[in-house]
Write a protein that binds this ligand. Structure first.
Ligand SMILES: [Mg+2]
Length: 320
């Protein structure tokens, strides 16, 4: 970085200054001190790494900062928590300068503002590859967190939004660099990749309507649904014809693409699923699709012609 560490830290402190009565010692001290709210404390962390999750050729500093916070918030949302505070740990590569770094913090601040959180501290160091690690704390009423482990046979498998947009956006962003036309669908897909929307409020609606288990789709539908089934010790019958694919997505991107940050929630009854769907549509304009049913054991997918295949096989076909 092209300015001194103290100058950089002072500039970062200005970008991050917020007034929040729960912050006792703010960003810039040795450690942040906050006053926790009631309920259970939720802790989670995630990282975005240049060349793995982000590419400076196709994403701005602001987008990378925003995404680093958003993907971590998504994990807090997946247990139905309300995100509260964030810490960030950066490794800055020699190619990024102070102005780029300030924009990165601007993006983190923007995401924090959007989800009513405060970035209260962190660390900056230099290294060979850019990486941004964010830790988020959240709150949930005592005993009300929804884990991956509560699904039961007979529950409906529901999904917010659509899948494949992020994978399509990553592919299309590269094509746009090489002159591809930017249509509304292309723009929306790229936005989903670069500025994903964690389903914070949506998770709370699903929890209120009785969701028995939840997980966010970070690594792809097949992988994340398998994780939920394993944690709950149940099987699933996935209805391939009902999976909502993003209009810009290509074959395989909806099932295996990942990074969509939608929620899979298992709901205990048709009534619970349709009430939750109505509220999500009305409040957030987000659809909720029923994409399958939890079974006692065995994980299978059924296509529109009624042919069934093991879910593992489906994942394998798309990644292999
Ligand atoms: Mg997750």
């Amino acid at each position: 970085v092209d300015i001194s560490e103290d100058e950089l830290l002072a500039a970062i402190r200005r970008v991050l200054s917020v007034s929040d009565p729960a912050i006792i010692v703010a960003v810039g001290d040795d450690a942040a001190v906050v006053r926790p709210g009631g309920g259970d404390l939720v802790l989670t962390t995630d990282a975005v790494v240049e060349g793995v999750h982000v590419d400076r050729a196709t994403a701005t500093a602001r987008e990378i900062g925003y995404k680093a916070v958003a993907v971590t918030v998504s994990d807090a949302a997946a247990v139905a928590a309300s995100p509260r505070f964030a810490l960030s740990s950066l490794t800055l590569s020699p190619e990024v300068d102070a102005a780029w770094t300030m924009e990165l913090f601007g993006g983190m601040r923007e995401a924090c503002d959007e989800f009513a959180m405060s970035l209260v501290g962190g660390n900056v160091s230099s290294g060979p590859v850019l990486s941004v690690t964010v830790m988020v704390t959240g709150e949930v009423a005592a005993g009300r967190a929804i884990s991956r482990a509560g699904a039961e046979a007979g529950d409906l498998v529901t999904l917010t939004g659509s899948l494949g947009g992020s994978a399509a956006g990553l592919r299309l962003a590269r094509e746009v660099v090489h002159g591809r036309e930017v249509t509304d669908e292309v723009r929306d897909a790229i936005r989903r990749h670069q500025r994903p929307t964690p389903r914070v409020g949506e998770a709370q609606v699903l929890a209120r309507h009785g969701a028995t288990a939840m997980i966010d789709v970070s690594d792809g539908l097949v992988i994340d649904l398998t994780r939920l089934c394993e944690a709950s010790d149940v099987g699933v019958r996935l209805d391939l014809g009902r999976i909502p694919a993003h209009p810009a997505s290509a074959e395989g991107e909806a099932l295996g693409g990942g990074e969509d940050y939608e929620l899979i929630a298992t709901m205990p009854s048709d009534a619970a699923a349709s009430d939750a769907a109505a509220e999500l549509r009305e409040v957030f304009g987000v659809p909720l699709s029923v994409i399958g049913r939890i079974t006692d054991s065995g994980r299978e997918s059924v296509d529109e012609a009624g042919a069934s295949r093991p879910l593992e096989r489906l994942g394998w076909d798309h990644f292999g």
